[in-house]
Design a binder for this molecule. Structure first.
Ligand SMILES: Cc1cn([C@H]2C[C@H](O)[C@@H](COP(=O)(O)OP(=O)(O)O[C@H]3O[C@@H](C)C(=O)[C@@H](O)[C@H]3O)O2)c(=O)[nH]c1=O
Length: 181
């Protein structure tokens, strides 16, 4: 497992070793010991999630607040997505900055998203299966979000507006300024 720093503080790319043979392939998608050794972080993942999306679907930008904040380890099991994170930690050197990365099933690359980040993704393939671990439980009362087309963040979703599909709930999310002021 190789771990690379993203430009955002505490946000890492994980590249698992992939073992191929005549049967197919094998890889460890998570190993707590290795993760701890390479990041110096002890993360107790307590919930695993999976979502399926069709082309053009954006889920995001989401986070949970306060004590229910969640770190996430995200990966794509089928298809291709553009994953985007925003650092919302006011005491961070990279506060307000965002980072985008393409995640595909074939690359096995994962993104570790720390607590205090907003997270979202768009499906660029016909369908995507997205899987992630969280270090805190889902809590509706703590849900927060930022509108995907926020004028300050100016996130590039890489698809024309007419191709974008987004839930009614996500269309109502506030702006970056409203969330961080
Ligand atoms: C996230 C979540 C949702 N749900 C339920 C609530 C709702 O009825 C249904 C769909 O929820 P949502 O529309 O919020 O699902 P979704 O838009 O996929 O939400 C997810 O988006 C990505 C970007 C993240 O980063 C995640 O943390 C999470 O916020 O599933 C759970 O039961 N547990 C969970 O952990």
């Amino acid at each position: 497992m190789k771990i690379e720093h993203s430009p955002l503080q505490g946000c890492f790319l994980l590249k698992p070793a992939v073992f191929e043979d005549e049967r197919g392939l094998f890889c460890e998608t998570f190993n707590a010991q290795v993760f701890e050794k390479k990041t110096n972080l002890y993360i107790n993942f307590v919930q695993d999630n999976q979502s399926i999306s069709s082309y053009g679907v954006i889920r995001g930008m989401h986070f949970q607040t306060g004590e229910m904040a969640q770190a996430k380890l995200v990966r794509v099991v089928e298809g291709k997505v553009l994953d985007i994170v925003v650092d919302l930690r006011k005491d961070s050197k990279t506060f307000g900055q965002h980072y985008s990365v393409i995640l595909t099933a074939e690359s096995f690359t994962q993104l570790f998203v720390p607590r205090g980040f907003a997270h979202g993704f768009i499906t660029l393939s016909k369908r995507s299966v997205f899987a992630y671990k969280c270090d805190n439980y889902y809590d509706t009362a703590s849900e927060g979000g930022i509108i995907y087309n926020d004028g300050t963040l100016n996130l590039d979703w890489q698809l024309p507006t007419e191709d974008i599909i987004i839930s009614e709930k996500d269309k109502q999310l506030p702006t970056f300024k409203e969330v961080t002021q």
